[in-house]
Design a protein around this ligand. Structure first.
Ligand code: M6R
Length: 366
């Protein structure tokens, strides 16, 4: 049942090329750049009317939502708020019938996300959920659902569901951008980038796995880890840290790299591994300075850099290479080595990665 893999989590990490493909298959036409999502049963005038988007989710799905904010604001031009469902449901919400709410949930049964959905719906919002489980409660209570089609996810740590959620958010972004006539040209290019992702993951998985094993052997004894990223990779820093803490019980925090000076830099010493997401993008130089700050306090830098970058590997104690991709699909790609790193560290420590202590696959109570 684990298809020859030692754990479901590892099997599911390796299923990501297929999971991402399943999410976009049949929904896009790379030649025309057209997206078809008939499941979003919104009329063109309803789409025109949207003035605000709320994304509501928990855990890993919340991190997908944070990436979604960057995508939607950039390509659709509608302000997006991303809320933890447990906060969303108890705050004063400014929602009306010009609001689109997007609950994101692998299981479709998370209690807080469901409660948030019901509130938003009652206040007049249209609800389009992103979900992996057919017929789950969240899908039944939404106006429409974009299914991720990642296949069943058994490991408690979410892996392929996450990269599929990122894929679904890209599709939704392009769909709304087309419906509202914002940047249709740019979208076409991004679609070809998305179509290339399964092949890229397939190629890179073995290399990433090998590198993660090596890095795990060097760092598994650390009691704390810091993950840093900026812009669209900031949520991936959060996700990398969540993966590590939930399966290895090592304390890990994700931070926006620019926040270092506002507190966390005080933690840095030679005992502190810092995983820095620093692909070549418009905030690359900023990441380089953050890494230098870490180094000057003798922190141990594990950097994720674009292939061909010769600067950062020289100042880093360990390097994970990433393929050159456009920023919009980069979070999907950068996530996979971080899942493998968390996995290898947890396995080295002898942890039960598929069934971590205190955690349930689906949190159906508040
Ligand atoms: O099923 P959902 O996506 O609604 O679940 C949300 C969280 O409970 C889930 O992502 C959790 O954080 C995972 N253990 C993360 O790996």
């Amino acid at each position: 049942e684990k298809g020859g893999f030692r754990h479901f989590m590892l099997k599911e990490i390796y299923e990501q090329p297929q999971a991402v493909l399943n999410t976009f298959r049949g929904r896009l036409n790379p030649e025309t750049g057209e997206i078809s999502l008939p499941e979003i049963s919104l009329l063109p005038e309803e789409i025109q009317r949207i003035s605000k988007i709320f994304i509501v989710a928990c855990g890993t799905s919340y991190h997908a939502g944070l990436v979604g904010k960057y995508l939607l604001e950039r390509w659709v031009g509608i302000p997006v708020e991303v809320d933890l469902a447990s906060e969303f449901r108890y705050r004063h919400l400014l929602i009306d019938n010009h609001t689109l709410a997007i609950p994101i949930s692998q299981s479709g049964e998370t209690a807080d996300t469901l409660a948030g959905l019901r509130m938003a719906r009652q206040m007049g919002a249209k609800i389009i959920s992103i979900c992996n489980v057919l017929g789950s409660t969240i899908t039944r209570e939404s106006h429409g659902t974009i299914y991720t089609h990642a296949g069943p996810e058994i490991g408690v740590a979410s892996t392929k569901a996450f990269t599929s959620q990122l894929t679904a958010l890209l599709l939704l972004t392009f769909y709304l951008a087309q419906a509202r006539g914002t940047s249709p040209e740019g979208c076409r290019e991004l679609l070809s980038a998305l179509v290339a992702v399964p092949g890229i993951l397939e190629n890179w998985l073995p290399k990433w796995h090998k590198t993660s094993e090596e890095i795990a052997q060097r760092f598994y004894k650390a009691r704390n880890f810091l993950y840093l990223g900026r812009n669209i990779h900031f949520p991936i820093a959060l996700e990398g840290a969540l993966k590590l803490k939930e399966i290895s019980y090592i304390h890990a925090e994700g931070y926006a790299a620019g926040e270092m000076k506002h507190g966390p830099i005080a933690l840095i010493d030679e005992q502190m591994p810092v995983v820095a997401l620093a692909p070549k993008d418009h905030v690359y130089e900023k990441m380089v300075s953050n890494i230098e700050e870490v180094r000057s306090r003798r922190g141990q830098v594990i950097s994720l850099v674009t292939e061909g970058d010769e600067t950062l590997p020289e100042v880093s104690q360990a390097t994970i290479h990433l393929p050159q991709v456009v920023p919009e699909v980069s979070p999907i790609v950068a996530t996979v080595p971080l899942q493998l790193l968390a996995y290898e560290i947890a396995v080295t420590l002898g942890c039960d990665v598929d069934q971590p202590r205190n955690l349930a696959k689906s949190v159906t109570v508040e």
